[in-house]
Design a protein around this ligand. Structure first.
Ligand code: NAD
Length: 455
């Protein structure tokens, strides 16, 4: 039988979450994936970077253990072993997804799927020479690293994207990172902690331009002091082999060119739209598929979830979109929606940055009067015990009128592990008085959320 209730193109966090949910509901589901299940996040994104970053952190912490009264001499690392471990972690997780889909009786086809047409509201999809039919179609094709139109970038062996960097078996001798966004700063952390000289070139006046500027400034100051060269308001004019020509509109550099072993380009990602050409009339906005609050496109029974919708390119957004979309398809009551205002995000620098909700600056641009409470992380005893020499910051943004929690922005380890508590407060529309009643375990760094509300 080649006829399904739901055909999903793409097996990343959006695709496999949708497949699991619809299959568990007893529907016939087929999922097409041209590479490995798990998509960018699992294979060439979140998980491999976090595996390598953890290795780098172990090395870095061991080399800097003296501040905790520990001396470790001749600390070394084996990058090939780190890479091997990363590959094992990824393989195990991919196998886990495969097993789960198998248990749920979801059909998985490995190959490039192409939409053919829709006949009497049944979508026809071709893959590996076979034709499949489905009542509902879900596009979860993800995104790919964007290659900016900088002269000298194409076919240049010195240029890496994040996938190349993750696959490399040897560390670069030095690296220039073009783009000080999330990918750029995470790789800057990895290479710096492993002793590689790093230069970051960022076109905007600051790195991580979408985050709270005060939080970012703490990272910027720490990284610059540690020896990472960070050039802001700096444009790459052209690249010739290993040499990057730059022009700067700030006083952060008088340099006009820089040379390094490798040049990592991380200036954003673009939606993957190949194979969808036959979807006549599908609505796009800035190269991404337009969807409504249930991830429905403007075509009948066609949904899109994840990076391809261009909303917020995060794996946890993709999987939540998939849950909502399948709920809508199954006509679940009550219908779920996505709280885009309460999506947490983390940058795995060292220290980590974690945030949810709006910043002070965003509130101002939306003319929302806010109250800002802030404290250094050192108000937490556990933070003091484990983060020698660090101060960190936690900022709480409250609606000035009703005191509901609108945002939380932190820098300091391990804020990635407790930002979910703040997301919960934003999602539920807690007031400061309500959030104050939540008991946080002592001693944990999460207590900073309790402290900052009482500040
Ligand atoms: P990004 O949008 O986060 O950052 C790109 C940066 O490049 C921006 O700061 C931008 O100003 C800068 N830039 C653009 N053109 C430039 C140029 N020509 N020269 C210098 N700088 C330039 O994009 P990204 O870092 O490539 O990440 C892609 C997506 O993946 C993002 O949506 C990100 O959120 C997601 N991601 C998330 C995580 C995480 O959740 N921890 C990790 C990695 C990636």
């Amino acid at each position: 039988m080649n006829r399904y209730f739901l055909a999903i193109i793409g097996g990343g966090p959006a695709g496999y979450t949708a497949a699991e949910k619809a299959s568990k509901a007893g529907k016939d589901v087929i999922l097409f994936e041209q590479n490995a299940l798990g998509g960018t996040c699992l294979n060439v994104g979140c998980i491999p970077t976090k595996s390598l970053l953890y290795g780098a952190k172990q090395y870095y912490n061991a080399s800097h253990a003296q501040k905790y009264g520990v001396s470790a001499e001749n600390v070394t690392f084996d990058f090939a072993a780190m890479q091997k471990r990363k590959t094992i972690v990824v393989r195990k997780l991919v196998a886990g997804i495969k097993a789960r889909l198998n248990n749920d009786h979801c059909t998985v086809v490995n190959g490039f799927a192409k939409v053919l047409d829709s006949i009497r509201q049944v979508w026809r999809i071709e893959c590996n020479g076979e034709t499949y039919e489905a009542e509902n179609l879900m596009i979860c094709t993800g995104s790919t690293n964007f290659v900016p139109p900088i002269p000298g970038i194409k076919d240049n062996p010195a240029i890496w994207d994040s996938t190349d960097a993750l696959a490399a078996t040897e560390l670069p001798k030095s690296i220039i990172i073009v783009g000080g966004g999330v990918i750029g700063m995470e790789f800057a952390t990895l290479y710096h902690e492993l002793g590689v000289p790093v230069t970051v070139i960022e076109a905007m006046p600051t790195i991580l331009p979408n985050l709270d500027p005060e939080v970012v400034q703490i990272l910027l100051d720490k990284y610059r002091k540690a020896g990472i060269q960070i050039l802001t308001s700096t444009k790459v004019e052209s690249i010739d082999g290993n040499t990057v020509s730059i022009s700067s509109s700030s006083s952060s550099t008088s340099l006009t060119s820089l040379t390094s072993d490798k040049i990592l380009v991380s200036v954003g990602r673009r939606a993957n739209l190949q194979g969808l050409e036959a979807l006549d009339g599908l609505e796009f906005n800035r190269g991404a598929i337009v969807v409504d609050e249930f991830c429905k496109t403007n075509l009948p029974n066609v949904y899109a979830c994840g990076d391809v919708t261009g909303k917020i390119m995060l794996a946890h957004v993709a999987s939540r979109q998939a849950e909502v979309a399948v709920g809508r398809m199954l006509k679940e009551i009550p219908l779920q929606r996505i709280a885009y205002n309460a999506i947490p995000s983390v940058v795995y620098t060292n220290p980590e940055i974690a945030s949810v909700g709006i910043t002070e600056q965003q509130a101002e641009s939306m003319s929302i009067p806010v109250e800002v409470h802030k404290l250094p992380m050192t108000y937490s005893g556990r933070f003091m015990a484990e983060n020698e020499g660090e101060t960190g910051l936690c900022k709480l943004i409250l609606d000035a009128k009703n005191h509901s929690v609108l945002g939380v922005h932190c820098i300091g380890n391990p804020c990635s592990e407790f930002i979910a508590a703040a997301s919960f407060a934003v999602r539920m529309g807690y007031t400061a008085a309500e959030f104050r009643q939540v008991v946080f375990p002592h001693p944990t760094v999460s207590e900073i959320l309790h402290e900052v509300i009482n500040e």
